[in-house]
Design a protein around this ligand. Structure first.
Ligand code: FES
Length: 596
């Protein structure tokens, strides 16, 4: 962290700021001057240029609030950016600040090859360095689509400024032949129906028009919604900032309030390190488990925590799952969509239910603790989207951590979206060496596969693909799909979309591309999955595994130049968040969660 923690002023909950309380010599446009060897000249020059845009001296004396604009024609999940920017600026100016909008990289899941995850760290570096390079007393980060919020939180955590997250908000659901549909659980469901021959080309095209009914992020508990809830649980959004859909007045009001808060945070020097504490991460993990959140949430949390010197303790996270049932009834674990979560009171309803398990003293962007904000939200009302503890939609946390000779560094399974019947299973490995091999053979009539086999996919880890794509959700082979098979055990070192479902083991660490045991699984080997025992094992002897490793040593992939080289040379494994090793905090100071 570059900025040392400073105490929060007692009146930090005040909403409107009168006058500039910041040190005039170390704030606003006077900070971070370019080096010409003459500071006064640097400021003189800066002011001359900004006045070219018509600013007055009086405007330029205000606290400067940066706004990271991630609007892009390639990113419909951020399609409400113009309205959000207007509202954030309004909030900033109402509170006496000067809004300064600037662009950063924007990433959309469907418009980034080989995968958006490959570019998340680049976006985080862009965000961090723009926060450092440009003068600002606080920053509003506007993100929504899967990788954008993690990238912004990672970058801001390293830059160390007062920072507040604004979520773009979820899309509305659509209607296909009277059935409510939304991206992307229903995208997968309808695609599976098409593959199985249950719907024809015409119906496939028809539903394609309805799956994304407005701008905004995916409408189920995928990675975007997961990260929105996590951002609020971390204390990084205004209360209620996670759930309003993108096109609603509530979302615009959240944007205005976010702008106001940013100004107060600048005055209070409420820096991000005061919010992103071990307790905050524990709260975020608790929420991740209780919402049936995306497995990607673990990877992103590990990366954000790594920026502030904290390791995620996967064993402790797994134990938290024993006492944290899934309470949120959203797809893919349940039945509702994000707009229903918002109608049910959003995160306040969930946090109120989880309150006995939360670290209530964790600080938030409002200058109040999470506990104070839960109390301020009031008593709640009758609804059926967030269940009480006595009636969960799944009795344990959504995610379990697995270990074994196939995953010495751990693996994950989203047990709440898996088939109970397959969670204790021994099967024969049907092995695909990489995604190309999968594409070429998965639908072949000659493929030797039954519903009891275990599909194994290699080379989709952080270095393998590269970028750990969401290819872990392997399709059911067509001939089995046509016969009615809906789920099989599938294992890989990759990720899967938070909108997906099935008995799917992911994030196997270390990955196959660097010689992890997964690389040595052979066709016909027996593999055992036991979620009850938290085990994923290749049923061969240690000697046999060692013999295979010796016979076929693996060199990690390399690249000659550019970002590809930087990525392959420095990317870490899933347990460290797939961040670049040089971006993690210099001093790792502890683990989170700490309670178990
Ligand atoms: Fe952007 Fe799903 S593609 S949130």
């Amino acid at each position: 962290m570059t900025n040392s923690a400073k105490p929060i002023k007692k009146d930090s909950s005040a909403h409107v700021t009168h006058g500039n309380t910041l040190d005039p010599n170390q704030s606003g446009l006077r900070q971070g001057l370019p080096i010409y060897g003459d500071k006064d000249f640097s400021l003189f020059l800066r002011k001359a240029f900004i006045k070219g845009a018509g600013y007055t001296d009086s405007a330029l004396e205000r606290p400067v609030i940066g706004i990271a604009n991630t609007g892009s024609s390639y990113n419909p999940c951020h399609g409400n950016m113009p309205q959000l920017l207007e509202a954030v600026k309004r909030g900033i100016m109402l509170a006496g600040g000067l809004p300064m909008e600037f662009p950063t990289i924007s990433l959309h899941e469907s418009f980034a090859t080989p995968t958006s995850m490959y570019l998340r760290n680049l976006m985080s570096m862009d965000t961090e360095e723009m926060l450092r390079a440009q003068p600002m007393d606080a920053v509003v980060l506007i993100g929504g689509c899967d990788k954008t919020v993690p990238a912004q939180l990672m970058g801001a955590a390293s830059a160390g400024l007062p920072a507040i997250q604004l979520i773009t908000g979820s899309m509305l659901t659509g209607s296909h032949r009277s059935e409510r549909v939304g991206a992307c659980t229903d995208c997968r469901r309808y695609w599976a129906k098409y593959r199985a021959g249950e719907i024809d080309e015409e119906q496939k095209n028809e539903v394609n028009n309805q799956l994304v009914a407005s701008v905004g992020t995916c409408s189920v508990m995928g990675t975007a919604s997961t990260m929105a809830c996590i951002a609020e649980a971390l204390g990084m959004t205004v209360p209620g900032g996670a759930s309003p859909p993108a096109v609603t007045a509530d979302r615009i009001r959240v944007a205005e309030e976010t702008g106001r808060r940013a100004v107060q945070m600048a005055h209070d020097r409420l820096t991000i390190d005061q919010i992103l504490t071990a307790d905050a991460f524990e709260n975020a993990m608790r929420v991740l488990l209780a919402i049936g959140g995306s497995t990607n949430g673990i990877v992103h949390l590990a990366a954000i925590a790594g920026r502030v010197g904290l390791e995620i303790d996967l064993n402790a996270l797994d134990q938290m799952g024993n006492e944290t049932p899934v309470l949120l009834d959203l797809k893919p674990s349940g039945q509702h969509y994000m707009e229903h979560f918002h109608d049910a009171g959003g995160m306040a309803t969930l946090l109120r239910e989880l309150k006995p398990l939360l670290k209530l003293n964790a600080m938030t962007v409002t200058g109040k603790t999470l506990g104070e904000e839960i109390d301020a939200a009031g008593p709640g009302f009758a609804q059926d989207v967030v269940r009480p503890f006595s009636k969960p939609i799944y009795p344990r946390g959504s995610i379990a951590i697995l270990y074994g000779n196939l995953a010495p560094g751990g693996a994950v399974i989203k047990q709440s979206a898996a088939d109970e019947r397959l969670m204790e299973h021994i099967g024969r490995a049907v092995v695909f060496e990489n995604t190309e091999d999968l594409v070429n053979r998965i639908d072949s009539e000659d493929l030797d596969v039954t519903a009891d086999d275990i599909l194994v996919l290699k080379q989709i880890g952080p270095k393998g693909a590269p970028g750990m794509p969401e290819a872990g959700y392997m399709p059911i082979p067509k001939k089995l799909a046509r016969a009615g098979v809906k789920d099989m055990v599938r294992i890989s070192d990759g990720r899967m979309s938070g909108t997906a479902f099935g008995t799917i083991v992911l994030h196997i660490t270390p990955e196959s591309a660097i010689g992890g045991p997964l690389a040595y699984v052979e066709e016909g080997d027996q593999i055992q999955l036991s979620v009850k025992n938290r085990q994923i094992s290749l049923l061969i002897s240690d000697d046999e595994l060692a013999k295979r490793m010796q016979a076929r040593p693996i060199s990690p992939p390399t690249a000659e130049r550019g970002y590809h080289k930087l990525f392959l040379d420095t990317v870490t494994q899933a347990d460290q968040g797939v961040d670049f090793d040089f971006l993690r905090a210099v001093n790792m100071t502890g683990k989170t969660p700490r309670s178990k």
